[in-house]
Every structure is written in structure tokens, then in C-alpha cells.
Design a protein around this ligand. Structure first.
Ligand code: AMP
Length: 412
């Protein structure tokens, strides 16, 4: 079904056309008619499925023309996501006269105050800075008719739920259409749903539990003390074009980034302790190829539209199984092939088991050939390179009782 059959306004359709979208994605097909009909919606679709347009297109169509007060509020867990969503909405609304603004912390108030004073129809915000504006009286939510709680489970993980509740309370309930997107629905989110939403309809799309078939993924068991050496050796031998390295903590990400810089890699870092400017520079530099390596935490990178990386390295095993899918989903997009490597130390065993249960497959254990391994008990459990069902090596890599690597490196 084409976009023209979904009841969207002519100006919004023009925006969609200018974006080059030809057909709606599955979540857009399902969600747009339900949102146009005015229902509350719970969506479990993940980023990369076209979720932003799924909620933005129908609401922008309903808002139609500019009014001097904010009617649509979108809450996002991180500044990057807020900025990304605002950009998308600006694009969709290009042929309307609707005003769009974004407010998030880590930057000055000046421009945000100017935007808010001007009167915006659509406001994208992170919870903390929005509460600051509400406290200062520089922003009002009493005319909100459409509220979007995006990445709700991530807002919960980040401790934003009390802030989110305070914000929801300020959006008049009677006239409000509420949309909530969340990859998982833990009990706290269920309570929020019952409290904040009216007879919501649920749409489950793209909540994939299986990694893309185009991604080859393997685990490298290693002694804790050798993790960084193994990472350096892997980067040295693998033919990568661009790689994201995921770390569990901000400090861990900084440590890995320093290590790589010392070893002459062009590295960008993305985590929430970096200034807004640093984060923007990191993302821009990685996207345009100035940095070949991006070291990131889950929270900072979740939901970001960073596609087309050739390799993902989990320097730390993700603690939530669904993060494994998110992380390795950065590679192997759009039919391109990609590789995902996970470094595993003894204490990761229970997380790896949880991941394997979640994705219903055993991830092959492999060893890097000619790497001077120290003993770890992990080697007694897993026979490297011989995992059942594993029929191939990662790109540029041949498996033969361990790993051989193709000669030479191909960098962009
Ligand atoms: P999202 O899941 O909203 O982050 O979107 C992921 C990517 O898909 C973004 O780069 C969008 O611009 C793109 N996209 C969304 N909907 C469509 C569509 N119907 N056709 C083509 N690309 C789309």
C-alpha cells in the first residue's frame, strides 16, 4: 500500500516524497491508521524499522498548521536521539508551517529559550532539561494533545521514570493521545502504561530475537588481563572499514579509546559524560569516515541511526540480551555482510548463556591464531573454532582449527 492511502495530509505526503520514501515500512503500515484514528499505541518496534515516521507522520498530519502553543511532545532518553528525531521531524514537516524545536541538557539555554518563546508546535526533549524549562516557566505543556514516550525502557534504565511521570502529569489527560515505544515492557513500564494510557493498542514489529543472517558472530574467550591485547590484535588483523566497539561503562569506554589512540587508531568516543559538542563531533566524524573506530556505551548509542559498519566488537558482553541484538544490528544492514566479535571473560558466562537463550542459538567460540593466550578456565568449557553449526569464518578470516587471517588490511 502506498503512503497516499494512509490518510496523511498533502503537505506531510510531500515531505515523505522529498525524503525519498517509496513504500511504508511494516510498522508504518500498522501504526499510521491506528494513530490517525486517535488511539493510544504501545509499539515494540526498534530503531531501524521506521518508527520515527510511524508516529510523526500521522501526528504532523493532524496538527496541520502552526499554532502558538506546543501540541506535540516527544520524550527521548538521550540528547543524540532527541537531536536525531528532531531532524527527522523537521524533514517530514518541511512543507507545513509547523514549528519544531528540541531541548536537551549539556548545552546553553539561549537558543532553546528563543525557540520556545517563538512558539513551537512540536517539542522533542530529554526529561531533565524539559523539567528545568518547566520550572523556569519558559515552557508549558497545558495544550499538549499528542505525547510520545520513546525508548521507554531505556528511560527507565537511566533512572528517568520519576521525571517522565512528572512531565506526563503536566500534559492534560482528557485531550491527550499517548504513544509509547519500548523494546521490552518491564513491570515499571507496565505500571506507567496503565497510569498514562487509555485503551492502548499494541503493535509488535521488528522486535527481532534473531540476529540478521548477514551478520557472522563469534565469541573470543579470553583471560581478563588480556582483553585489551586481544582487542588490539583483532583490529590489527581484521580487514575492517568501520567498527563500533561497545563497552559497559563510560570509564571503560574512555580506557579503550585511549588505548586505541595510543596505538594509532582514529577513534571517536560516545558516552553520556562527553560534552554535547564532543558527542556531535564524534558522531559526525564517524559517519563521514574521519574516525574508523567508534567506542560507545549502549546508552549513548541506543537508537542512533548508525548503519553500515563492517564490524561490531563487544569489548564487554552486554548485560541485557536484547542489547546484543541492538549492538550487532549495527552491522550487516541492508543485505551488506558484517561481523560481530564478542570478548568473553570468565565472569561473563551467565550473560552469554542468557544471550544464547534469547537468540535461540549457540554463538561459536573461536581463538585468534598466533595470539599468545594465557590460560582461562573458559578454554576447558569451549572448544574454540569447533562450535556446532558454525560453518564459516568472519570476513577476511578463514577458520581452520582456530583463525587464519587474510593478508593485508583494507581500510577506507
Ligand atoms: P527509524 O527507525 O525511525 O530510526 O528509521 C530508520 C531509518 O529508516 C531512517 O534513516 C529513516 O529515514 C529510514 N526510513 C524510515 N521509513 C522509511 C521508508 N518508508 N522508506 C525508506 N526509508 C525509511
Amino acid at each position: 500500500m502506498p503512503f497516499t492511502k494512509l490518510g496523511l495530509s498533502p503537505a506531510v505526503l510531500e515531505g515523505v516524497k522529498a525524503m525519498g520514501y517509496v513504500e511504508p515500512t511494516p510498522i508504518q503500515l500498522r501504526a499510521i491508521p491506528i494513530i490517525m484514528a486517535g488511539h493510544d499505541v504501545i509499539g515494540s518496534a526498534q530503531t531501524g524499522t521506521g518508527k520515527t515516521a510511524a508516529f510523526a507522520l500521522p501526528i504532523l498530519s493532524k496538527l496541520e498548521t502552526h499554532q502558538p502553543h506546543t501540541r506535540m511532545l516527544i520524550l527521548e532518553p538521550t540528547r543524540e536521539l532527541a537531536a536525531q528525531v528532531e531532524t527527522a521531524i523537521r524533514d517530514f514537516a518541511r512543507f507545513t508551517d509547523l514549528q519544531v524545536a528540541v531541548v536537551f541538557g549539556g548545552v546553553g539555554y539561549g537558543r532553546q529559550l528563543d525557540d520556545l518563546k517563538r512558539g513551537v508546535d512540536v517539542l522533542v526533549a530529554t526529561p531533565g532539561r524539559l523539567l528545568d524549562h518547566l520550572g523556569r516557566g519558559t515552557c508549558r505543556l497545558d495544550k499538549i494533545t499528542h505525547l510520545v514516550l520513546d525508548e521507554a525502557d531505556r528511560m527507565l534504565d537511566m533512572g528517568f521514570l520519576p521525571d517522565v511521570k512528572r512531565i506526563v502529569e503536566k500534559c492534560p489527560r482528557a485531550q491527550r493521545q499517548t504513544l509509547l515505544f519500548s523494546a521490552t515492557i518491564p513491570p515499571e513500564i507496565e505500571t506507567l502504561i496503565r497510569w498514562a494510557m487509555k485503551a492502548p493498542q499494541t503493535i509488535e514489529i521488528g522486535a527481532r530475537r534473531t540476529p540478521a543472517e548477514t551478520v557472522k558472530h563469534v565469541i573470543y574467550p579470553v583471560a581478563d588481563a588480556q582483553k585489551s591485547d586481544l582487542l588490539l590484535a583483532l583490529l590489527e588483523r581484521v580487514n575492517y572499514e568501520s567498527v563500533i566497539i561497545f563497552c559497559r561503562t563510560k570509564h571503560g569506554a574512555d580506557r579503550v579509546a585511549h588505548l586505541l589512540k595510543r596505538n594509532n587508531h582514529a577513534v571517536a568516543v560516545l558516552h553520556s559524560n562527553r560534552t554535547q559538542k564532543e558527542r556531535e563531533q564524534a558522531l559526525r566524524g564517524f559517519r563521514d569516515g574521519r574516525f574508523e573506530v567508534l567506542v560507545a556505551t549502549d546508552i549513548a548509542s541506543r537508537g542512533l541511526d548508525i548503519a553500515d559498519v563492517s564490524h561490531v566488537v563487544n569489548y564487554d558482553v552486554p548485560q541485557h540480551p536484547e542489547d546484543y541484538i541492538h549492538r550487532i544490528g549495527r552491522t550487516g544492514r541492508a543485505e551488506a555482510s558484517g561481523d560481530a566479535f564478542t570478548l568473553m571473560v570468565a565472569e561473563d558466562a551467565k550473560h552469554v548463556i542468557a544471550i544464547e537463550r534469547f537468540i535461540c542459538q549457540k554463538i561459536p567460540r573461536v581463538k585468534l591464531e598466533n595470539f599468545d593466550y594465557r590460560y582461562t578456565a573458559l578454554f576447558d568449557h569451549d572448544k574454540p573454532g569447533q562450535a556446532r553449526g558454525y560453518s564459516g569464518g568472519a570476513r577476511g578470516v578463514r577458520v581452520h582449527g582456530g583463525y587464519h587471517f587474510a593478508p593485508g588490511r583494507r581500510r577506507r
